[in-house]
Design a protein around this ligand. Structure first.
Ligand code: ADP
Length: 170
């Protein structure tokens, strides 16, 4: 698998699947989630609502992932995953790793070969990028997936630098 890093906007990526840093409700939010629904249009939310009512009436658990259409985005699919909220008193790295592994499983199920990830949990969920980045890189490289290209799409320079350090150290 080839892992690359870019600075940019996840909604503009021309890949088979983009990953959404969603919340358990699957009904939209801010950050990446807001951008994906805004640019992807209502088809994504409609499918999220269906998945919610059929499979996850209590919400998608942290560390889980589901796949929907990508609506009007250049990608074909959106994989929605719920990152952990950062905690100083509890190690939630396993849940953050699970977001990446489960997302790649959904990618395998639909046959996506290229997947773009945002820096899950490093926004509203406050995970320090220098902690999140090595977890994300290790989880993706150890995932045992058929996905050939993983691109981390980092919105700001500090998060990009953290991922660059983590990739170099890996
Ligand atoms: P979480 O709730 O999992 O923390 P956020 O969406 O709040 O998710 O933030 C996750 C990361 O995505 C942050 O580093 C944020 O700066 C970044 N981000 C926000 N919007 C975009 C976007 N359109 N494309 C890529 N990354 C984004």
């Amino acid at each position: 698998m080839e892992i690359s890093l870019v600075r940019g906007d996840i909604t503009e990526q021309e890949v088979d699947a983009v990953v959404n840093a969603a919340n358990s409700s699957l009904l939209g939010g801010g950050g990446v989630d807001g951008a994906i629904h805004r640019r992807g249009g209502p088809a994504i939310l409609e499918e999220c609502e269906r998945i919610r009512s059929v499979s996850y009436p209590d919400g998608l658990p942290v560390g889980g992932a589901v796949v929907t259409t990508a609506g009007r985005l250049p990608a074909r699919w959106v994989i929605h995953t719920v990152g952990p909220v950062f905690s100083k008193s509890q190690d939630r790295s396993g849940l953050l790793a699970s977001c990446h592994v489960e997302s790649l499983k959904r990618a395998d199920e639909v046959g996506a070969e290229s997947v773009a990830f945002p820096a899950i949990s490093t926004g509203a969920y406050r995970y320090p990028p220098e902690l999140a980045a090595p977890i994300a890189i290790a989880a993706v490289s150890g995932a045992g997936t058929s996905v050939e290209h993983v691109r981390f799409v980092l919105f700001d320079s500090a998060v990009h630098a953290a991922f660059e350090d983590a990739l170099n150290a890996h």
